[in-house]
Design a protein around this ligand. Structure first.
Ligand SMILES: [Zn+2]
Length: 264
């Protein structure tokens, strides 16, 4: 029997999720001074202790370990929180984060594998840190500094490492501060993404998902034809989005009239 592959043509709005995780530090034994020593043995690997995820211009969910019924102070078990992150990513087409390529997704993948979860889906990553570096020349690409520079907001201030230690001991107020901090980071990351988006030249085309005409980076149909985009062998109509300002080329090439070969 020959199995025929069913090809489903799916048309939908792309699901864009901004995500940020908080993690616990690794703990281990060591001898000597804390600034000049190697760890001899791990006691506990770091885990995910909180996440904040926001659908683009939509709902935001922020959870920390203390929100789970089986939470006990002093004990870290991220199995349920990792499963919740997995469920969210399953629904996403595009994931956005600040340093998401180097940190968040690799960390999340480590925890997916640790808990024997399959890869959640195929998704595209947009890293606001990488994009900020590609687009702008600044002295710092930290989220807080970028927020400040672009006047789009700041990270929430907190007491530093002691907040993590207080959370570990079960201090509810510290967990609450951690949650607010995580929540604000995700809001700021989404704002940064929207600010940088018109300048991104490798943004996944959103109009391919929805099969609509319009700006590929913001889906607006308020676009204006402005000149031509020329490649080495062809030329295309050029457009500018009147909502976000992004420039792009049309998909159908303009016909070039071929002149008869004069050498014959
Ligand atoms: Zn646009």
């Amino acid at each position: 029997m020959v199995m025929k592959e069913m090809v489903e043509r799916q048309i939908k709005e792309p699901q864009i999720l901004t995500i940020d995780i908080e993690t616990s530090p690794h703990t281990g034994y060591f001898w000597g001074h804390k600034w000049q020593t190697g760890i001899l043995e791990f006691i506990e690997y770091g885990q995910i202790i909180g996440f904040s995820a926001k659908w683009l211009k939509g709902n935001q969910i922020t959870k920390t370990l203390i929100d789970y019924k089986d939470y006990r102070p002093g004990k870290m078990n991220d199995q349920k929180i990792v499963k919740d992150i997995h469920k969210l990513i399953e629904k996403a087409d595009i994931l956005i984060g600040h340093n998401i390529k180097d940190f968040d997704m690799r960390y999340i993948n480590s925890r997916f594998l640790k808990h024997n979860l399959n890869p959640p889906t195929t998704y595209k990553l947009i890293d606001t840190k990488t994009e900020a570096k590609r687009i702008m020349k600044l002295s710092s690409y930290k989220l807080d500094d970028l927020g400040d520079y672009l006047s789009i907001g700041n990270k929430m201030q907190h007491e530093g490492f002691s907040m993590w230690l207080k959370c570990r001991e079960g201090d509810k107020k510290a967990w609450n501060r951690m949650k607010k901090y995580n929540h604000q980071d995700t809001i700021l990351t989404e704002k940064l993404y929207l600010k940088l988006r018109p300048y991104m030249n490798n943004h996944p085309s959103l109009t391919i998902y929805s099969e609509k005409e319009g700006c590929p980076t913001c889906t607006s149909d308020h676009v204006q034809r402005r000149g031509v985009y020329v490649t080495k062998v062809n030329k295309f109509p050029r457009y500018q989005c009147q909502d976000c300002g992004h420039w792009y080329r049309g998909s159908k090439s303009l016909k070039i009239d071929k002149k008869p070969d004069s050498n014959i």
